[in-house]
Design a protein around this ligand. Sequence first.
Ligand SMILES: NC(=O)c1ccc[n+]([C@@H]2O[C@H](COP(=O)([O-])OP(=O)(O)OC[C@H]3O[C@@H](n4cnc5c(N)ncnc54)[C@H](OP(=O)(O)O)[C@@H]3O)[C@@H](O)[C@H]2O)c1
Length: 260
Amino acid sequence: MDLGISGRRAIVCASSRGLGKACALSLARNGVHVTLNGRDEDVLAATVAEIEKVAPDVEVRAVAGSVSDQQCQQALLDATPNADILVNNNGGPPFRDFRELDRDALIEGVVMNMVTPIEMMTAVIDGMAERQFGRIVNITSISVKKPVLGLDLSSGARAGLTAFLAGVSRSVANNNVTINNILPGFFNTDRLRDSFNASSKALGISVEEAAAARAEQIPARRFGEPEEFGEACAFLCSTQAGYITGQNLLLDGGVFESAF
Ligand SMILES: NC(=O)c1ccc[n+]([C@@H]2O[C@H](COP(=O)([O-])OP(=O)(O)OC[C@H]3O[C@@H](n4cnc5c(N)ncnc54)[C@H](OP(=O)(O)O)[C@@H]3O)[C@@H](O)[C@H]2O)c1
């Protein structure tokens, strides 16, 4: 299917690896010029090269730095004038008992997973509305709907983001600007693999056993592949998806059980 977005420009935050990278790859394959971001410059450069190879006709730019940092945000905006698409992503805070979170840690988590995507959205939304095309996709988490003890800060900040954008999304729908969230369950990325290493150490089992135990809890009996995530993101950014806004798309292989 032609997504109708060839030649559009996208900022994809936190996109040198994992789900963000998958979104950038899918957008680039659909002809979108992409600006990538990540803190590790070598990894970022390797991802730029990979996407240029896969999609030689698109422009691939890169801004190294933390997207939580406002200078980095400005550099992303400067590298992508008149952005048509914004994919908000960031690292997530590590698993931590909520009792260990002091005020600085709490604020850092809220800045990471709520304030930063709101700042990026605010910077691009009026231009999108004027140009009568905009697609904003936020990578949040299944933990917004299904509690995960130890990820309480990330869940709370992302739920705050979701509620904040619920109203905003309706305010720009008449300008063909959409805002949607994608909620990953368990996707096969470095972050997920790191969690198996942690479980392996904590439970005294092998990494393979930790991964198998987790997969067993998923109705699909497997982890999601980042490519599956990227394709869903690209569709939400398509011309055809202009009537989908303010939604939370759960990609979890059936983990979250509900009839509606
Ligand atoms: N994978 C899952 O199953 C899953 C499930 C639920 C929620 N999530 C959430 O989805 C998001 C992406 O997860 P993932 O699995 O793709 O993680 P990942 O494999 O660890 O990749 C994270 C990417 O973000 C970049 N990054 C991290 N912090 C950054 C920052 N401050 N500024 C700019 N770039 C940054 C990383 O590059 P550098 O380290 O070089 O900066 C890397 O490119 C996270 O917020 C995670 O909590 C993932």
